[in-house]
Design a protein around this ligand. Structure first.
Ligand code: APR
Length: 223
């Protein structure tokens, strides 16, 4: 049977590119109240503050470059083609810029905004006040706490069919992504964690910085 690979990434894979993670010291959630900048209720209560937060993040992410880990994952996709799927919780575009194509950004995309009629439009700088297509109010194209992540059906199907599942640079505390390792395991997949810290017992664990360990791990799969 073909090797079917699903990879899940989190903020740790972009840390070496200069994008702060969420929960490490100096992380994004240390400086910003999560209940304001990452919930629909926060957006309703303080829209200007939320918009400014994402406008600033959008500008700073564009100054960052993909690192060796992003590039290694893109290389893996080249080899495995349709037997490969990348799911990322990250809202930056570093995987895409490294060349990944079969990628599901399940928590949305910083470089897009959407209106309340669900028109999604690219956005590189400040969020426009009104939708250029229909004039409705706009919001960041980000999945906030309490909202349903994108493309869950496709994700579920890929997890049920994979025989190798790896999660990289994620603390494994935010569901549903935190539960993917269990779905893959129940489906009979080999499960590997590549991270600075062990996040769950019972999985193969490769410890280190993503930029060091991911390229080596990818080479070991190719070889
Ligand atoms: N290499 C590998 N792992 C790293 C590195 C690195 N250079 N730097 C940090 N890490 C690890 C940390 O040890 C931690 O386990 O990456 C993980 C980052 O965890 P979080 O900050 O919680 O990020 P993530 O798991 O992506 O968060 C999930 O939470 O707030 C939401 O929507 C947001 O998508 C995000 C979700």
């Amino acid at each position: 049977m073909n090797q079917k690979i699903v990879i899940l990434t989190g903020a740790g894979i972009s840390a070496e590119s200069g994008i702060p993670t969420f929960r490490d010291s100096g992380g994004l959630w240390e400086n910003e109240p999560v209940n304001i900048v990452a919930t629909p209720e926060g957006f309703e209560a303080e829209p200007k503050r939320v918009i400014t937060f994402y406008d600033n993040l959008r500008k700073s992410v564009q100054k960052c470059e993909p690192n060796a880990a992003h590039r290694a994952i893109a290389k893996l996709e080249e080899k495995f083609g349709d037997d490969f799927l990348l799911i990322t919780q990250n809202v930056d575009d570093l995987h895409q810029r490294a060349g990944s194509k079969r990628v599901i950004p399940m928590h949305g995309e910083l470089l897009k905004v959407r209106c309340f009629n669900d028109h999604v439009i690219p956005c590189k700088e400040n969020q426009p006040e009104k939708c250029p297509q229909c004039g409705a109010k706009m919001r960041p194209h980000i999945v906030w706490f309490g909202e349903v992540p994108l493309e869950m059906e496709r994700i579920q199907e890929a997890l049920m069919q994979c025989n190798l599942f790896a999660y990289i640079g994620t603390s494994g505390v935010v569901y549903p992504a935190a539960g993917f390792r269990q779905i893959a395991k129940r489906a009979g997949a080999r499960v590997v964690c590549l991270n600075l810290e062990r996040v769950a017992n019972g999985d193969e664990f490769i410890q280190g910085k993503a930029g060091d360990i991911v390229p080596k791990w990818v080479d070991s799969l190719n070889g």
